[in-house]
Ligand binder design. Structure first.
Ligand SMILES: NC(=O)CC[C@H](N)C(=O)O
Length: 374
């Protein structure tokens, strides 16, 4: 079946349908990870976006019940060069095509994803539409132009959990799978704010020794402080952090009271809560192969990233300093408070998908809580 991708600036790509059929729209971004499409599909931070993979063959490891970052697919469309229906993986239970169909995600395959990526890199990420029912370029471009811009959209409060819950599962192991960690090994009480939290963040926190209670995005700081946690964690999530005023005000109430660690959207919200500002990048960073330097140790780590916004570190010059830097585009990759036990990173130390170079950051959070306790 035919499918067409139209971008808001008028560029058209003709391909073939895969996954669900129909029409879908969102901000089109490119992801440079060579594997891990299932984690990309289930990452809540992609809500409102359509993802094109730069790796050319997608589908060959199928879908398994374990490599999920949430219980749902949040992205609005999936774009690949060549879809492979014949999958091979000892854990796989179904094909990618069947998975997309089951979850109602519209896909397009057989387009020149290199040309699309170069276009997005040159012109910037922009809205687009995939259709298997309307093939008229003029009508499609008109529809793509009518989609609201990602800037100004609070999407995170729409994907958060509805009530607090406790998490005890640790990191995956080849022999045992996902272990349930003994409560006696969890020494640090952490309240984790869910703005669209990836499950591997929870697993990393637990494996680092944290007793994690996950709370909804607007859970009052007073109630969180009443739990007497050792630290506060702020998660990743979709959309623009700037309109999330209630959440930002809430985060301010933890500053100076508890150690805080933020990842991605959590890092951006923390920047806003500390009085800084955030900006929208031209096309952002999405992938599992992005070099970052830890300024303190000068060590370079290869990281997983997925963001379109960034913290303007100069707007925080009296409060926090640059702690990590992206070596590709020099974007702010992390910050540390000048006097308080507060730090955050733009990239994803939990990886999933991606290398484990940045896992040490969860231990850094634990050390921070240990010091603060003492
Ligand atoms: N992964 C994330 O948390 C993404 C943060 C934010 N939505 C951005 O695009 O920058």
């Amino acid at each position: 079946m035919k499918a067409v991708l139209a971008l808001a600036d008028g560029r058209i790509f003709k391909g073939k349908a895969f996954g669900a059929t129909g029409e879908t729209s969102g901000e089109v971004v490119f992801n440079t990870a060579m594997s891990g499409y299932q984690e990309v599909l289930t990452d809540p931070s992609y809500k409102g976006q359509m993802v094109t993979m730069t790796y050319t063959q997608i589908g060959n490891t199928g879908i398994n019940p374990e490599d999920i970052e949430s219980n749902q697919l949040y992205l609005s469309g999936f774009i690949v060069r060549e879809y492979l229906d014949c999958y091979s993986n000892y854990r796989a239970t179904m094909s990618l095509d069947a998975y997309l169909k089951e979850n109602g995600v519209v896909g397009i395959q057989g387009i020149d994803t290199r040309a699309l990526t170069r276009h997005l890199r040159d012109k910037g990420a922009q809205n687009g539409i995939i259709s298997t029912i309307d093939f008229d370029p003029e009508s499609l471009v008109k529809k793509a132009r009518a989609i609201p811009s990602m800037s100004g959209l609070d999407l995170a409060t729409g994907v958060t959990c509805s009530a607090p819950y406790h998490w005890t599962q640790g990191l995956w192991d080849l022999q045992t799978g996902y272990p349930e960690v003994d409560k006696r090994d969890l020494k640090y009480k952490v309240v984790a704010y869910d703005f669209g939290i990836k499950l591997n963040i929870l697993r990393c926190l637990v494996s680092a020794g944290c007793d994690v209670t996950v709370v909804p995005a607007t859970f009052p700081a007073e109630s969180a402080l009443a739990m007497n946690p050792d630290g506060i964690f702020l998660s990743n999530g979709p959309g623009d952090p700037e309109p999330m005023k209630e959440v930002i005000e809430n985060i301010k109430k933890f500053v100076g009271k508890k150690p805080i660690f933020g990842i991605c959207l959590g890092h951006q919200l923390l920047g806003l809560a500390l009085g800084g500002r955030t900006i929208k990048l031209k096309f952002g960073n999405h992938g599992s192969n992005l070099p970052v330097m830890d300024i303190a140790t000068k060590k370079v780590e290869i990281t997983a990233q997925n963001h379109g916004f960034s913290v303007d570190i100069l707007s925080l010059s009296n409060v926090a300093g640059l702690a990590h830097e992206n070596l590709n585009d020099q974007t702010v990759e992390g910050m540390a408070h000048k006097t308080l036990p507060i730090f955050s990173v733009q990239h994803h130390p939990e990886a999933s998908p991606g290398p484990h170079d940045s896992h040490y950051l969860f231990n850094r959070f634990v050390e921070m809580m240990e010091k603060h306790k003492a």
